[in-house]
Design a protein around this ligand. Structure first.
Ligand SMILES: [Zn+2]
Ligand SMILES: [Zn+2]
Length: 119
């Protein structure tokens, strides 16, 4: 078990599956719950509103959306876009087409590396 420093509060904690310590994780979950509950009655809430009610920075909220902790399809005002083509997506970094294209390109590179090694 390795100790690492929590990026949010700076405490040392035993890093297993999570990026942040248990205390911050609880806080995070509570804040995400606040947002989810708010969205239930305000599906057109803006990121700024969500930031205000949860105390999370707008960037952090987008970060959670990209990680799939919050889904952009649940609230209409929030848009994240594919980093490749700019198309609207609901989670992650890329749209489905770009993900498939990138995966293909990546496996091509990998097979080329293997091929080079065999020479
Ligand atoms: Zn922490
Ligand atoms: Zn795309």
């Amino acid at each position: 078990m390795s100790l690492s420093r929590c990026p949010r509060c700076g405490e040392l904690f035993a890093r297993e599956r999570y990026e942040v310590c248990a205390k911050c994780r609880n806080e995070e979950n509570e804040r995400l719950d606040l947002i989810k509950r708010y969205i239930d009655s305000h599906s057109d809430a803006s990121v700024e509103e969500m930031s205000k009610i949860s105390g999370l920075e707008p960037d952090e909220i987008l970060h959670y959306v990209r990680k799939g902790r919050l889904l952009a399809e649940e609230f209409t005002a929030l848009e994240i876009t594919c980093e490749e083509c700019g198309q609207k997506i609901v989670t992650g970094r890329f749209c489905k087409q770009c993900r498939e294209r990138l995966a293909k390109a990546f496996s091509k590179i990998l097979s080329r590396i293997k091929f080079d090694k065999n020479k």
